[in-house]
Ligand binder design. Sequence first.
Ligand code: NAP
Length: 521
Amino acid sequence: MICVSIGRGRHREMIAEHKYLAEQGVGLIELRVDWIMRPVNLQRLFAERPCPAIFTCRRENDGGKWTKPESERQILLRSAIASGVDYIDLEEDIAASIPRYGKTKRIISYHNFRETPANLEEIHRRMATLDADIVKLATMAHSQHDNLRMMRLVKSAKIPTVGLCMGEVGMPSRVLCLKFGSPFSFAAFHADRSLAPGQLSFKDMLELYRAHKINADTEVYGVVADPVAHSMSPRIHNTGFGQLGLNKVYVPFRVGREELPTFLANCREFGVKGLSVTIPHKEEALRLLSRTDEASEHIGAVNTIDLSGPTAIGANTDCDAAMSAILRVFGRDGVDKTAATTADNSADNSADKSANKAAATESAPLAHVRALILGAGGAARAVVYGLRKAGAACVIANRTPERAAELARRFACETASWEDRGRERYDLVVNCTPIGMHPKVDETPLEARSFGPRTVVFDTIYNPEQTLLVKHAREAGCQVITGVDMFVAQAARQFEIFTGQTPPVQAMRDQVMRSISAARS
Ligand code: NAP
């Protein structure tokens, strides 16, 4: 169950939001009366409540807004119990002095905005002795290990325990506590109005994480990154899980470099069955795994970990994703389909096509293709590996020439200097640099005059989808592959690895497009 916390300055606003949330199917509301600027009118707030509510009046030093005398607050708490509120939130230090009365259930709460203390179990034991119906612990997480300790506590607690960690690192616990037995988890009315660090909006909790459906059997997936807040992977994979009605949830795990080995060793305890891996962990994950697929070995990076069996298996879906898009354009027989679709109908064209067919074979469908790769980082490695395997000749241009030379040596390619990258025309140009990415959308890695109508232009950037490079390429009549095509394809392949099922690609793509435009509005 989700409990939505409402903090508003006026009774009228609080009552309206309570009514709205009940209409949305929310089963429990926390009324944070410390936010109300006038004397609290219990009758107005609770007499005709549309769904059960927790009465909470939080002091300033516990993260609330109550600054009036403590004696006044305790009178208010007693009055709320006497008036029959459903739940009352009592902090550990005052719980013993406020007795149980009537049907009001007692939530004994502990908040720590600095850390998740080492003696969490001891704190929980103390709180459980205070005539608690529910124990609530909210602590700041600095590592995934903090989340794990909290989940262990929730799971083993004899008394119903809402245990969650705050902050970006703590976010997975807000969802996963429901798997481990928390009677409910907290959410905000709106993402901009969270009342605690890392609190999600109730819409995200319900629609994205489907928190109301999480139970002990829910399988867990996630993205491991640092930072992770911007990642679209939770949106794309949860959309896929939801579409297929799978009892799976996908959460963002913010993991620092130094924590990666312990996280990978312990993540199964969260119920994790599969992970996406991204910056800065792709190379290190490869080193840490004993089993990896051929593509990740060659590329030197892992972007997927399958934890469904006893041994974790690393894979790289970036290469397949890029190559499936490239081969779609060039055709499995190696012929550039753009030749037939663009305005270039010169006499040379049909001769070129015959030559292409002759050069391309099943094992080397791109044997006739000469490609320019801009950049020499992780994305470039995945693309170059795939292109070379398909028989294409590659020329690498990178800002730092040493990195271009290293990549060229590894995959038997040529190099071009960064300054001369636009001098020659190629069959395929792939941008693997962040030039043109949001917010610097008026930049492009290659001048428009550097490609003609028969060049296939592939920009791996997905935010925005229509980069300046893509716009110039379309204006020149080129066939275009976008970063969204690649991003959706790599996630779809991960989805297959995670679920063994065909991914709902269109729904996943629509979600990516919505997320990109939402991120910019
Ligand atoms: P990376 O490993 O950090 O490599 C970045 C590359 O871009 C390096 O070669 C770097 O050159 C070059 N570069 C960075 N800033 C530059 C600038 N201002 N001018 C010239 N060159 C510059 O990053 P990555 O993982 O390969 O990602 C690169 C891009 O690929 C990202 O922007 C991302 O949008 C895209 N990508 C897309 C997908 C997808 O699914 N669509 C997947 C992965 C990546 P130096 O060597 O000189 O530093």
